[in-house]
Design a protein around this ligand. Sequence first.
Ligand SMILES: [Zn+2]
Length: 182
Amino acid sequence: MDQRVKAIQAALRALPKDRDQSELCLQPLVTQLPTATKRGKLSRKRQLHVYRRDNFVCRYCRRETILHAALEYLAKQCPEQLPYHPNWKRSETHPLFYDITTSCDHIVPLSRGGDDDDTNLAASCARCQYMKSDWPLEELNWTLHDREDSDWDGLTGLFVVSFRARPWKDQNLKNWVTELDR
Ligand SMILES: [Zn+2]
């Protein structure tokens, strides 16, 4: 059984008779909760470098991810099928965005002393990044997998081809296409 589940079980078991004992059981779970640390946004160039290095495969769950700009572009073209709100408003955004788009995750969170070095960055799906938040891997019982040997490109190739043939007036998307072309 997961050690954390065991701790919760023991704490619940102790609680009717001895609250202090419950607290003791929970001691190993005590963690530093995420604070609203200001994080500088990584440039497209840096993000792309990490995505390509990791072949757009999530280093935590090993799923193939999709470049956010590629999905956003398709959503702009086909909004009925793929609704999207720029701030990911849940009532207006298809779940694929916060499930499978590519993110750049800080393996050791900035709030725990991690930095922006390449060795501390990993391609991650949006779902894993959201769940991981500001916790270090050990506290979540997660594993950082080695880079997958894969030719998956996050659909960036198709994105560039489609965008060329059927452009969309959006500076951010245009900038992504330019960056992908470099
Ligand atoms: Zn993942």
